[in-house]
Design a protein around this ligand. Structure first.
Ligand code: CTP
Ligand code: MG
Length: 402
């Protein structure tokens, strides 16, 4: 089973510190950029290329209403990812526990995010996930305070002045290995720990947590003075527009690379291709189609033949870079239709496996990818078994201006 990454969007609080100033509306439901505030956090997370899904946590008494709202918003500005809505708990940490229970079994990595931080960039999440992939179990963003910090007693008398360079003001999203986070919450429950972020529970359980550079703009809407940050009520995304991208590629047989199609090694064919990278003609056509959707040129411009970095490069890795670019522009893929034209090999024994692998590489459901194969009736270079061609058509929704 592929290891998935999901984000938990915490929107189950009361927003007590802001309620009076906000006219009794809990802050996550305040209007911002034409939608409730929590939606901005969701849209930013949905642009994180490696994300597979989102869990929204809402106050139990508002769950049905809020879930309806998510459905409506997703119909006009699709997140492009599966999502789940669930009921939060009394305290923030209880909401996280409920979210962990709602995650699908395939989820191995999680981002926990306060919905009250609508300005966190997708790039911040990507940096956190990079460190998680490098083997850390907990990675959080933080900034060195600009002010000197004092530790005081109940009467306000200073006990201590910690060195500023060792202090971090930490933010969300916080990235965790799911198992480590579950273990840390179980440990915290046993000791009845009360915490204000998830990293504190890992620390208490003796699991190391890495702090990386946070973002100055990533503030949490908390106090009345923060409401000024939500002045912009222009819709961030106008209606999404449909777009298509077409890709076409040819490879000559011979050379040294074993034949790969859609990332799948075509075994027992003895066919090889001449290519600078791994010569996966289908993924090359697909990348061009994706770049077409993004108005971003072609693979020749992004991965030039002349660059030794791409000698023998895995097309699946290049595809993940292209996907990152496409997702970063807010594009939501809706469907992929692929055609391979070749006299040899016979594609039918591999058809299902290739389509499934392409869906997996694009983080799409299997029914969103179709693969066809055809011959050219013995005509031309495919008919002469001198080479193979592939075509890809990608349909997607893109933001109004991107
Ligand atoms: N949160 C949650 N479940 C709770 C409490 C908080 O999901 N039981 C969420 C909030 O909705 C918020 C985030 O956790 O997005 C960070 O918490 P905080 O800023 O403290 O928000 P609130 O608890 O809502 O605000 P306050 O503390 O002022 O009541
Ligand atoms: Mg709170």
């Amino acid at each position: 089973m592929r290891k998935e990454t999901w984000a938990i969007i915490l929107a189950a609080g009361q927003g007590t510190r802001l309620k009076t100033a906000a006219g009794e509306t809990s802050k996550q439901f305040l209007p911002y950029q034409g939608a409730p505030l929590f939606w901005s956090s969701a849209v930013n997370l949905a642009r994180v290329p490696r994300l597979d899904g989102l869990v929204f946590m809402f106050p139990p008494d508002k769950l049905a209403e809020a879930a309806g709202l998510v459905e409506e918003l997703n119909a006009t500005t699709p997140l492009g990812l599966p999502y789940i809505c669930a009921a939060g708990g009394e305290e923030r940490q209880d909401s996280v526990v409920n979210a962990l229970a709602a995650l699908p079994p395939a989820c191995a990595h999680v981002l926990v995010h306060d919905s009250a931080r609508p300005f966190a960039s997708p790039a911040l999440s990507s940096r956190l996930l990079d460190e998680l992939a490098a083997g850390h179990k907990g990675v959080i963003p933080g900034l060195e305070p600009a002010d000197t910090v004092k530790r005081v007693n109940e009467r306000g008398l200073v006990n201590e002045t910690p060195a500023r360079k060792n202090l971090r003001l930490v933010q969300t999203p916080q990235a965790f290995e799911r198992e480590a986070l579950e273990q840390a919450h179980a440990h915290g429950r046993k000791l009845e720990l009360k915490v204000t972020d998830d990293a504190a529970l890992l620390e208490a359980a003796g699991i190391p947590v890495l702090v990386i550079a946070g973002e100055a703009a990533n503030i949490k809407i908390t106090r009345p003075e923060d409401l000024a940050m939500l002045q912009n009520n222009e819709p961030a995304q106008k209606k999404m527009l449909p777009c298509t991208g077409l890709g076409y590629d040819v490879h000559r047989y011979g050379g040294s690379r074993p034949l790969r199609l859609g990332g799948v090694l075509i075994e027992n064919s003895d066919l090889t291709v001449k290519a600078h990278s791994d010569g996966d003609v289908l993924l090359h056509a697909l990348m061009d189609a994706l770049l077409g959707c993004a108005s971003a040129g072609d693979i020749g411009a992004h991965f030039p033949d002349s660059d030794p970095r791409f000698e023998g490069a895995s097309s699946a890795v290049l595809l993940s870079e292209v996907l990152e670019l496409v997702r970063g522009k807010g594009i939501v893929l809706t469907h992929v239709d692929l055609t391979i034209v070749a006299e040899v090999p016979k594609i039918s024994p591999f058809r299902k496996e290739i389509a499934k692998n392409v869906a997996h590489l694009l983080h799409l459901a299997e029914e969103q990818v179709n693969l066809k194969a055809s011959t050219e009736e013995g005509l031309g270079f495919t008919g002469a078994k001198e080479g193979i061609k592939a075509m890809a058509m990608v349909t997607a929704l893109r933001p109004h201006n991107f």
